[in-house]
Design a protein around this ligand. Structure first.
Ligand code: AMP
Ligand code: MG
Length: 401
């Protein structure tokens, strides 16, 4: 089978996914990164009452029209009101009510004089400065009024959006269910952290890199684990994972070696094969299929290949399934601060650091089996197929991680 272009592969995958429409009601505390399932409209005004924006005196602007430092106006103080409390008094002509920030402005008053413009009087107060009507006056509903559409369906909730929901008095919010993902690594040589490293074995890093990335994207990871290079065991493991997952991701066993079992696994599971091999480096041998209406994405076992293909192939799929538009891949142009002398006969991705329009390749090898120098990288330099060598100063595209 001819290798597909990355674009074509993504198009095929996107053609197979549906946005999840099931809703659930969750606590605001769990709502970060979740997608709003309906419009949010204000059920009342915010703030609910006119309030003072500062510490001072609630007065009638008319009473202090002539006030100045030289000729202060003297007013009788009839009450004191702090935030959370309501004065029973009305501000009558010739009187004032001491008021603190956030307290409801008493009836009769139409402005607030800040305490720095007074003598801080307790029983009577000297006002040193005039104020106009509605000066230092926060109106009811100045944040939003009843009926205002505050947030639209499909908004990805962040801190301020969640705070806005809380300002309405909401404790819970209706959001779309998150995609359920399963991650299964394959390989006779793979052992889990915590197990003793014996000859010929290596620790499973893919399970952690991929599992953590999925969690960071706000996906539910319903199943994760590893399986040996055994067609029947792997098929059974995928069958089980599919019971609780919308998408199953595996690593390893997709190349052309004797133990590259995933081809037989997909046969055994009677999958609908979508494609095998994408014309990119790393991670060329990716195999994608449908199993019982669910996407089965089998990535290369090479840690860098798996990580890169998770970004390039799986991330766009999850962005659409979840409605997380913010997860769609972002490309930026940058000037390369490094060279990459190797030819790139196929589209190549090089781990790198992007900052302020500049990009620098990570030191060390960019080989598919190398993981550790990807630590801290925030992008991949995209080197188009047919590029001879990347030179310092070249303008390149980068894919942000
Ligand atoms: P494979 O795709 O199964 O041919 O594996 C390619 C390379 O990646 C081999 O060197 C494997 O040992 C290594 N590898 C496979 N799976 C993992 C894993 N889960 N964690 C770390 N390395 C792996
Ligand atoms: Mg293998």
């Amino acid at each position: 089978m001819e290798a597909l272009t990355l674009e074509h592969a993504v198009e095929i995958l996107l053609g197979k996914v549906k946005k999840i429409e099931e809703k659930e009601e969750i606590s605001l505390w769990d709502a970060a990164g979740r997608v709003l399932a309906g419009d949010i409209t204000a059920k009342r005004d915010q703030p609910p009452f006119p309030r003072s924006p500062l510490d001072g005196y609630a007065v009638r602007s008319e009473d202090i029209r002539e006030a100045s430092k030289e000729h202060p106006v003297s007013l009788r103080v009839t009450d004191e009101v702090t935030a959370g409390h309501v004065s029973k008094n009305r501000v009558e002509p010739g009187t004032a009510i001491r008021i603190m920030t956030g307290a409801p402005i008493p009836d009769g008053a139409d402005c607030i004089v800040m305490q720095e413009d007074t003598d801080y009087g307790e029983d009577t107060v000297q006002i040193y400065r005039k104020a106009g009507a509605y000066e230092n006056y926060c109106f009811a509903g100045e944040d939003y009024i009843i009926g205002t559409k505050l947030l639209s369906k499909d908004t990805v909730l962040g801190a301020v959006e969640i705070g806005t929901l809380a300002s309405l008095g909401m404790e819970t919010v209706s959001v779309y269910r998150r995609p359920r993902t399963a991650i299964i690594t394959t390989g006779d040589e793979i052992i889990l952290p915590g197990e003793e490293l014996t000859e010929g074995k290596i620790y499973d890093s893919n399970l952690y890199t991929l599992g953590t990335r999925l969690a960071l994207w706000g996906m539910q990871v319903t199943d994760r684990g590893k399986v040996e290079d055994d067609v029947f065991a792997a098929a059974a493991r995928i069958r089980k994972a599919a019971e609780n997952a919308d998408i199953i991701i595996t690593t390893g066993g997709v190349s052309v070696g004797k133990k590259d079992i995933m081809h037989d696994v997909t046969e055994l599971l009677s999958c609908e094969k979508l494609f095998w091999r994408v014309a990119i480096k790393p991670g060329m041998p990716t195999l994608c299929a449908m199993y019982e209406g669910k996407l089965l994405i089998c990535l290369s076992g090479n840690p860098y290949g798996a990580a890169v293909n998770l970004e390039l192939l799986v991330r766009p799929v999850l962005a659409e399934m979840s409605g997380r538009g913010d997860l769609r891949l972002q490309r930026k142009q940058a000037v390369s601060r490094s060279e990459f002398p190797k030819k790139s006969p196929v589209l190549r991705y090089v781990r790198a650091y992007y900052e302020d329009g500049m990009v620098r390749k990570a030191d060390g090898l960019n080989d598919s089996g190398i993981l550790s120098n990807m630590c801290g990288c925030n992008c991949l330099i995209e080197i188009p197929a047919g590029t001879e060598a990347l030179k310092e100063g070249d303008t390149v595209w980068v894919v942000m991680l």
